[in-house]
Every structure is written in structure tokens, then in C-alpha cells.
Design a protein around this ligand. Structure first.
Ligand code: ZN
Length: 67
């Protein structure tokens, strides 16, 4: 199940929610202050690599050219 991280812009409270695909992610209420002024944080798992390159040479596993 996908877990999304949210942060409340009102009180700064960060929380996680398990949401279904059909759920409206734009209407998330802060469990602490009940404000709807929340933003979704990018999960470390699914966020694309922001650095340059992406997949390239350094193979950490299964490289096989050791000897
Ligand atoms: Zn809040």
C-alpha cells in the first residue's frame, strides 16, 4: 500500500497517510490542527533521482568484473 507523507503548512506537523488510488490527495486534513493547508512530501522511495545521470557505471551488485 502506498504511504504518502504530508506536511501541514499551518502548524508544521508532518504525518503519513495510507491512501487509496481513488483518494483525493489534494484534500488532506492535518490530524493535529485540522487545517487543509497541507502539502505532499515526496517519498524517498518513488522520487526520481534528482542528481545528474541516473543509472550509470557504478554497479554495486552483479558487476562481476572483479577478479
Ligand atoms: Zn496542522
Amino acid at each position: 500500500m502506498p504511504i504518502y507523507e504530508f506536511k501541514c503548512k499551518e502548524c508544521g506537523h508532518e504525518f503519513e497517510l495510507i491512501m487509496r488510488a481513488s483518494a483525493n490527495k489534494d484534500e488532506v486534513t492535518c490530524p493535529k490542527c485540522h487545517a487543509k493547508n497541507t502539502e505532499r512530501l515526496m517519498s524517498a522511495f518513488s522520487a526520481g533521482t534528482s542528481s545528474s545521470g541516473g543509472f550509470s557505471a557504478s554497479s554495486s551488485c552483479g558487476g562481476g568484473a572483479f577478479t
